[in-house]
Design a protein around this ligand. Sequence first.
Ligand code: SF4
Ligand code: SF4
Length: 138
Amino acid sequence: MGSTLCEHCTAVCCRYLALPLDDPAKARDYDDMRWYLMHEGVTVFVEDGDWYIQYQARCKNLGADSLCRIYDIRPKTCREYGPGSCDYAGGSYGYDHLFTHPKQIEEYYHQKTGKKLDTLTEPGPPRRPRPPKKKKSA
Ligand code: SF4
Ligand code: SF4
């Protein structure tokens, strides 16, 4: 990557992607976030007042040596990101909020509104696992 710092890093920045979320306005928005956080490798964070969802996902272009295999044609997002204040150099980003578990969203909502998020939705019937498909006999 042409940077001494990057040569010492295992490409932390190439192992996730973060996308902006609309600011939550309704209980349903918070409930959706609660659902996001029920999935492995998903976190939600607030930075400078803006909400994001983050997925742990290794870029397919990252080589086993932690170097980009398409460096010369890498996307603009990658070009705009550098070792100045990155995950490796900067450590923690100093999030306004970081949510890693649905309970944290429930607590946040409760603090903000005084209401309980988990009682806003009617419990539906429990989902049953689908029975395995029968194999066709030859
Ligand atoms: S920009 Fe930062 S996180 Fe990304 S590879 Fe370089 S040192 Fe590592
Ligand atoms: S394209 Fe290259 S620089 Fe961009 S995330 Fe993937 S491995 Fe990293």
